[in-house]
Design a protein around this ligand. Structure first.
Ligand code: BGC
Length: 528
């Protein structure tokens, strides 16, 4: 079995948060027609795939991750016809589109949950209810239960926010009367239904799924055996050869067994924080000119997952998404280019968060904190895309005060239009990097990866990527604003090298070794 569908090997994804990408009807909220209108822009970046965050019918208490109807489009974003038109238009331009699948919970307003409250078959068992309101699930059980104001006697388990009741995919080792096994007939009906939801979106034209909290669907499940069985069934019975999936599990060693999910994001681990930011203290992160950060800790975790999953699936390391603070805080254009050089040269499929290609800033969350589940830093990372000069920066014809989210009103707010003509702008540097990533076989998602140099709390980081066809690329990353000089052994014979892209870095070959010199913060990508 292939690790990934062929197209995903060289794909570069662009994550679009529909609320704030482009508004075509002037209501201050982005929409699906807006995504269609900007497909040429996505293509102009060199990206060839899109991850579209939820656009389903929802009470919007978690910006659409609280789904009320898995197969309907929220009116604020358009209609099902718009979604189909988006898939068609994207495909015509050679772009693939994966959509969010939120299998683990629904909104409280979902008709399934309402029927579950009433005890109707089979829905009574589609959520996890204790037998009485006195039972909170037991102290040895990690699930979080709430006592809703429902007439049903019992507490229901939640998955994330208190208004997101967990769907019941069953228990691996049930030991209480209310814990149903994964093979219970009603639970099986939910498995079938969640597979039907996937079939539905594939039939509409989607090319795959980003799977929300993919590891959390079953409970008391040793080694997540039953969760993995569910994804394996999906791969065998629902997904096609060309369907691509990326999990938000953040534990690839378990998520990727070569039978189900194709890839997993690795970012909900403590060492990831050291890479890009500690809270908002970017100066403590490894990707910073101050040169105080530690990459080795992350790399140790990464290596654990890489060794266990190599050949079975790929690990994706995002540097931004709708849940993370923007990467640009405390970083200049070069810093951001180095961050993206990492994103685009490491193994796995790269996902670029909309607006990061122009260095959009993290904004204060006020006054939108907690609006539609945008608590904390989320609100400030989900702000309107900055297209061009103008009252609403080209995002909408609605005035800035009527937009769904905070707009960057600084005079220096980066825009696509301003960066477009500047050859040295972040936008154009990103295009060069994306181009490189897509054209080099050694930079494919599952091409080999060997660390050549990485010391605790030190710089630079040097690694080798190797294509199955033999092409090799060495990448040197030095975010610290200080010089370095090192020699690395590149396995095999090394006679010469070709420079693919460098900033403040040079390489020479002598006695079969690669001698690398850095004069300041920068990076180098060499073919060896
Ligand atoms: C999504 C969040 C969402 C949560 C609950 C996540 O991990 O990315 O935005 O709030 O799942 O669905």
């Amino acid at each position: 079995m292939k690790v990934l569908p062929q197209w995903a090997e060289s794909a570069v994804f662009y994550e679009i948060y529909p609320q704030t990408f482009f508004d075509t009807n002037g209501d201050g909220i982005g929409d699906l027609q807006g995504v269609i209108a900007k497909l040429d822009y996505v293509k102009s970046l060199g990206c060839d795939a899109i991850w579209l965050n939820p656009f389903y019918q929802s009470p919007m208490r978690d910006a659409g991750y609280d789904v009320e109807d898995f197969c309907a489009v929220a009116p604020r974003y358009g209609t099902l016809d718009d979604a189909r038109a988006l898939f068609v238009a994207a495909h015509e331009k050679g772009l693939r589109v994966i959509v969010d699948l939120v299998p683990g919970h629904t909104a409280e307003t979902h008709p399934w949950f309402q029927a579950s409250i009433r005890g109707e078959e089979p829905y009574r068992d589609w959520y996890i209810w204790t037998d009485t309101a006195w039972d909170n699930g037991g102290k040895d059980f990690a699930g979080k239960f709430v006592h809703g104001t429902t007439p049903r006697d019992g507490n229901f388990m939640i998955n994330f926010f208190a208004h997101q009741p967990a769907l019941n995919f069953g228990f691996g080792q049930p030991d209480q009367s209310w814990q149903l096994s994964t093979t219970h007939p009603n639970v099986r009906k939910l498995w079938d239904e969640m597979q039907q939801v996937q079939r539905f979106w594939l039939e509409q034209g989607a090319d795959g799924f980003r799977i929300d909290m993919a590891g959390s669907i079953t409970r008391k499940d040793k080694d997540s055996t039953e969760t993995r069985r569910f994804w394996e069934e999906c791969r065998n019975e629902v997904w096609g050869e060309d369907t691509f999936t990326v999990a938000e599990w953040s534990w690839p060693a378990t998520a990727l067994d070569g039978k189900g999910l194709h890839s997993d994001f690795l970012h909900w681990i403590p060492s990831y924080e050291n890479l890009f930011r500690k809270g908002q203290e970017s100066a403590d992160s490894w990707f910073h000119q101050s040169g105080k950060g530690d990459l080795a800790a992350f790399l140790k975790d990464y290596d654990h997952h890489y060794q266990k999953t190599n050949g079975k699936g790929v690990i994706c390391i995002p540097c931004g998404n709708h849940d993370l603070p923007r990467i640009s805080t405390g970083r200049d254009t070069l810093d951001l280019e180095i961050v993206h050089a990492f994103l685009l040269t490491m193994p796995g499929v790269p996902f670029l968060y909309y607006g990061d290609e122009i260095g959009m800033r993290q904004l204060p969350s006020q006054p939108y904190d907690n609006r539609e589940g945008c608590y904390g830093t989320r609100a400030g990372a989900r702000t309107p895309m900055q297209w061009e000069d103008g009252p609403s920066l080209g995002f909408s014809t609605a005035p800035a005060d009527h937009l769904w989210a905070n707009l960057d009103r600084a005079a220096a707010a980066p825009t696509v239009a301003a960066q477009q003509p500047e050859p040295a702008s972040l936008l154009n540097r990103m295009r060069t990097l994306i181009d490189l990533r897509r054209s080099e076989p050694a930079l494919r998602a599952s091409a080999g990866f060997t660390v050549l140099h990485c010391e605790p709390k030190a710089y630079p980081f040097v690694f080798l990527r190797t294509a199955p066809t033999g092409e090799r690329v060495v990448v040197v990353l030095n975010p610290a604003a200080r010089p370095f000089q090192i020699e690395v052994d590149v396995p095999g014979t090394l006679h010469t090298h070709e420079t693919l892209r460098t900033i403040a870095t040079t390489a020479t070959v002598a006695d079969g070794k690669l001698k690398l010199t850095g004069t300041d913060s920068g990076y180098g990508i060499f073919k060896c």
